[in-house]
Every structure is written in structure tokens, then in C-alpha cells.
Design a protein around this ligand. Structure first.
Ligand SMILES: [Zn+2]
Length: 216
């Protein structure tokens, strides 16, 4: 995956300071309204993408929270999460293929293949594409193992259990190693991302409930 999940992500009222006049609206994102926009993302939201005027954070008619908006043209800069499409490619022996990441974040650690969904593809197409790019495996996505929200990374990760229908494991700059692990031998301490750990635990819970991975 290449989605910046490990970006430092402080929470709280200061999160939008880089994006506008949050100091004038200190209650913009209080506990009851959520944690707001992550700092690293707010830092990229300074100007209207339509006309270039500085954005301003404030209340708007018919909006349930304060929004970044452009006073000049009326554009509202909605900030929404992106979808990361991933698969757990499983072979006929019931082992799941993971890749040892060759790039940051999480270099040297294990994760399932995946990445950002492109604007012109379906979720399934994205999952198949990313899996092929990162592992050389051709998969057929099946059941959804889980959907995982990481507000601090502004992502939602979908994880499909996937049947391997072709291809062969390859090493790429993105993947130093591609290896199949049986459910009882998942390298838990070396998993790159929390979302990967959550997906793998949910998968193990399905295929080997006796392993009770939550008890570890
Ligand atoms: Zn504008």
C-alpha cells in the first residue's frame, strides 16, 4: 500500500490551523463533532481550487459542520476520506500472500497488496490491479473481510479475501519479498499497518477461529 498511513497525526482543534482562520472558530471540531481534518491534509487546503482565493473556515447554510469555503466564488472544499482497495490473496493451501514493503511507510514490514482506488475504475478492478502490480498475482476478489476507517490518515481500507487465479509472485521495488503465510504463522509483530493487522485478524477469525487471534 502507498497511502501515507504512518503520517504523524495529532488530533484536536489545531488540526485546521494551517488551512485557514481556525483561531476565529475554536469550536470548529470539538469532541462531539469529531476530530476534524488531519494536520497533514489541512496543510494542503489553503486556496480555492477553482479560483485561487484563500479558503476560510466557517459556518455555511445547510451544513452541519463548519466548512472550508471560498468567499469569492462560493466553492466549498469538502474534505472526505479516500478508499484504499486491498486483497488478501489466498492460495489453494489456504495461505495468504503478504508482501514485505520496499518503500515507506512501513518499509521492511509486511502488508497485504493494495493502494488508492483510481477515479475511473471499480472497487474490484482497483483491488485486482493493485494486487497484480505489487505481487504479480492475478486474483478474483471474493467476500469482503472488512472495512476499516483511519481518520488520521483520511482513508477507508477495504479488504477482500481473494482467490488466486493466475500469475506468480514477483519482486518489485515496492515488494522486497512476496510470501505465503498459513493462518497460524502470520508475522504479527512485523505487520506494517494497523489496518493490515485488523484485516488479517478478521481473516484468521473466519478461516481458523480456533486460533483466536485477539487473544495474542
Ligand atoms: Zn473560489
Amino acid at each position: 500500500m502507498s497511502h501515507g498511513e504512518r503520517n504523524p497525526a495529532p488530533h484536536g482543534l489545531s488540526d485546521l490551523r494551517a488551512a485557514g482562520d481556525v483561531d476565529a472558530h475554536p469550536g470548529a471540531f470539538d469532541a462531539s463533532a469529531g476530530r476534524g481534518v488531519p494536520t497533514w491534509l489541512a496543510a494542503m487546503l489553503n486556496y480555492c481550487s477553482r479560483c485561487g482565493t484563500a479558503l476560510r473556515l466557517g459556518p455555511l447554510p445547510a451544513e452541519d459542520r463548519e466548512r472550508l469555503a471560498c468567499d469569492a466564488c462560493g466553492y466549498i472544499a469538502y474534505v472526505n476520506p479516500r478508499l484504499v482497495v486491498t486483497t488478501l490473496p489466498v492460495n489453494e493451501a489456504g495461505e495468504v500472500f503478504l508482501l514485505r514493503r520496499g518503500i515507506e511507510p512501513g518499509r521492511g514490514l509486511w502488508a497485504q497488496p493494495g493502494g488508492f482506488m483510481e477515479i475511473d475504475e471499480t472497487v474490484h478492478e482497483g483491488a485486482i490491479r493493485e494486487t497484480l502490480e505489487e505481487t504479480g498475482l492475478v486474483v478474483e476478489p471474493g467476500e469482503i473481510v472488512g472495512l476499516y476507517t483511519r481518520p488520521e490518515a483520511a482513508i477507508v481500507v477495504i479488504a477482500f479475501a481473494a482467490r488466486i487465479v493466475g500469475g506468480a509472485p514477483i519482486v518489485t521495488p515496492e515488494a522486497l519479498e512476496v510470501r505465503a503465510f498459513p493462518p497460524e504463522a502470520i508475522p504479527w509483530p512485523e505487520i506494517a499497518f494497523r489496518t493490515s493487522e485488523w484485516a488479517l485478524r478478521d481473516w484468521v477469525r473466519r478461516v481458523r477461529p480456533d486460533l483466536a487471534p485477539d487473544e495474542r
